[in-house]
Design a protein around this ligand. Structure first.
Ligand SMILES: NC(=O)c1ccc[n+]([C@@H]2O[C@H](COP(=O)([O-])OP(=O)(O)OC[C@H]3O[C@@H](n4cnc5c(N)ncnc54)[C@H](O)[C@@H]3O)[C@@H](O)[C@H]2O)c1
Ligand SMILES: O=C(O)C[C@H](O)C(=O)O
Ligand SMILES: [Mg+2]
Length: 535
């Protein structure tokens, strides 16, 4: 590699931080301005440049460009300013980046695996930019946040998620692989877009789709048998069947179903601690019955059983409503997973469900902006002292409610967590951060746990352990107002702690080699990469 090529390799490029001696040895003389800088000095310049952009999308484009130029510098910057940059590299701005992917595209990253190449998927995988991979995040772009089908633009999500595997989890950036499965798009606007960069074709469906997914998984197992495969933003009709099909065959999990459920259980555990109640006594209304909502219900139900209920009693604590109303036994459109929660009577709308059920907990995974109306929230707040309300749909433009409204409509009694970031609430003259109940609190820790413990599967036990550790890390007390999850600035330390607990669960479940807690702690520590130039 000559000097010029070296500067084009984001993993090895140090830009102005190459020393005088290195510049001489590596053929870099004349290719850089004369001053030699430290990483901190470079990060200071990059931060000022970042602040120079007013719009979040332009900040996102700047940071993505930095990531493609010098990854050490990118991760130093993001790690040092996580609170401020998480909403820019990730939700909600990453949603806009996906919708505008074909317009803002600069450079390739990751692998585009498209249907027309289905006969040669191993060759495509062999073209991966880096040989050794710990974590793959894959999407087919069909359900990007609450924004629907984004086709090839969905690639923004695996890139964003893996950026956090590194910034939060500490997985080495060269050991991550974003993958976009391009099976076409049913988004007519994209199909008509003159600059659309994906395969211009309607979505492949049925047996052809299933066969393609199978061929992809076979190629992953052949080429990267030790990698963790995370499924992300698949539409509900595919998400669960894919998870069921592969979860016992390789290291794999679905982030929207399982990662989401673990973080919600963690935040709910904090809320219940704060109210002084028991999990088993909560009456939960869920708005939305997609794969995220049912995943959340299943995990809370399991935790209620651990808290002393029978499975049947626990299921009776849920009222789940989707676009057609309450899930009831007389409906013919329910999947087996949904039917477990079906209740008697009519398929009444959410507002009626909230009036009848007198819930203590209201969770939104519906993609519908403003679904939690003032009336619904006031009705709920009339029946419980501390209403627990989680509007979890992303991005912000699809959130079921704004925390400030929830606080106003409940006279400050609400315990809130949101999917997308929101500014702090003013409560009795105090500024209280709003917990972001987003799977980012769990997936980097899962990657770290699987990698450090050499786990061969992702078990329910590992996810429940992660949820419990997260709830404990929030440090909830019976104080009247406090955030339900740890601060974002502490996320890296929390991920390491959650990873140790999940790794211990992997050993206990028999999917990882025997190891002590101290051994796993050391393995997690050693796995975590620090953004710094090596000596
Ligand atoms: N906070 C997080 O970490 C997190 C994680 C996963 C998903 N999500 C968000 O959850 C949302 C849903 O994801 P999904 O994969 O389950 O999607 P989905 O499209 O499968 O599910 C949406 C559900 O909402 C229902 N719905 C639509 N309109 C409704 C209405 N007016 N009243 C009640 N229900 C209604 C639909 O019938 C469906 O059951 C997305 O916005 C996604 O961004 C957030
Ligand atoms: O990506 C996120 O912010 C969370 C979640 O995976 C989602 O799909 O909304
Ligand atoms: Mg997702």
């Amino acid at each position: 590699m000559d000097g010029h090529e070296l500067l084009g390799d984001p993993l090895r490029n140090r830009g102005t931080a190459f020393t005088t001696a290195q510049r001489g040895e590596l053929g870099l003389d004349g290719l850089l301005p004369p001053v030699v800088e430290t990483l901190e000095e470079q990060a200071d310049r990059a931060y000022r440049a970042f602040l120079g952009y007013a719009k979040p999308i332009n900040r996102h484009i700047y940071l993505r460009q930095l990531q493609d130029t010098n990854e050490t510098l990118f991760y130093r910057l993001v790690t040092d300013h996580l609170d401020e940059m998480l909403p820019v590299v990730y939700t909600p701005t990453v949603g806009e980046a996906c919708t505008r992917f074909s317009d803002i595209y600069r450079r390739p990253r990751g692998l585009f695996v498209s249907y027309p190449e289905r006969g040669r998927l191993r060759e495509v995988l062999r073209n991966r930019p880096h040989r050794e991979v710990d974590v793959i995040v894959v999407t087919d772009g069909q359900r990007i946040l609450g924004l629907g089908d984004q086709g090839v633009g969905g690639m923004g999500i695996p890139i964003g998620k893996l950026g956090l595997y590194t910034a939060v989890g500490g997985i080495h950036p060269a050991r991550t692989l974003p993958v976009l499965l391009d099976v076409g798009t049913d988004n007519e606007e994209l199909l008509a877009h003159p600059r659309y960069l994906g395969w211009r074709h309607h979505r492949v469906t049925g047996a052809d789709y299933d066969g393609f997914i199978d061929a992809f998984v076979d190629a992953v197992r052949a080429e990267l048998p030790d990698a963790l495969l995370q499924w992300e933003d698949f539409a509900t009709p595919h998400a669960r069947p894919i998870l069921a099909r592969y979860r016992d065959r390789l290291r794999t999990f679905n982030d929207d179903i399982q990662g989401t459920a673990a973080v919600v259980l963690g935040a709910l555990t904090s809320a219940v601690t704060m109210t002084g109640g028991r999990l088993r006594d909560q009456r939960v209304v869920l708005a939305g019955a997609g794969s995220a909502a049912i995943g959340v219900a299943d995990m809370i139900r399991t935790a209620m059983v651990a808290d002393g209920l029978t499975d049947e009693e626990a299921a009776r604590n849920f009222w789940i409503a989707d676009v057609a109303g309450l899930l009831v036994g007389s409906r013919t459109d329910l999947s087996p997973e949904q039917r477990r929660y079906a209740r008697d009577g009519e398929a009444r709308p959410l507002a009626e469900v909230v009036r009848d059920a007198t819930p203590t907990v209201l969770i939104g995974l519906s993609t519908v902006r403003g679904l939690f109306t003032e009336q619904i929230v006031r009705d709920m707040a009339a029946g419980t002292d501390r209403p627990v309300i989680f509007p979890l749909s992303n991005p912000t433009s699809h959130s079921e409610a704004d925390p400030a409204d929830l606080a106003a409509w409940t006279d400050g009694r609400v315990l809130v967590a949101t999917g997308s970031p929101y500014p702090p609430l003013e409560v009795n003259g105090r500024s209280v951060p709003v917990a972001q109940s987003n799977n980012v609190y769990v997936f980097p820790a899962m990657g770290l746990a699987v990698t450090a413990a050499k786990a061969t599967r992702v078990t329910d036990g590992m996810l429940v352990a992660a949820a419990t550790a997260l709830g404990e890390a929030a440090g909830a007390t019976d104080a009247p107002v406090a955030p339900l999850l740890p601060p974002i600035a502490d996320m890296r330390a929390v991920a390491a702690e959650v990873a140790v607990v999940a790794a211990m669960a992997a050993v206990e479940d028999g999917v990882a080699p025997e190891a002590t807690e101290a051994g796993l702690r050391e393995a997690v520590r050693k796995t975590q990469w620090e953004p710094a130039y090596p000596d």
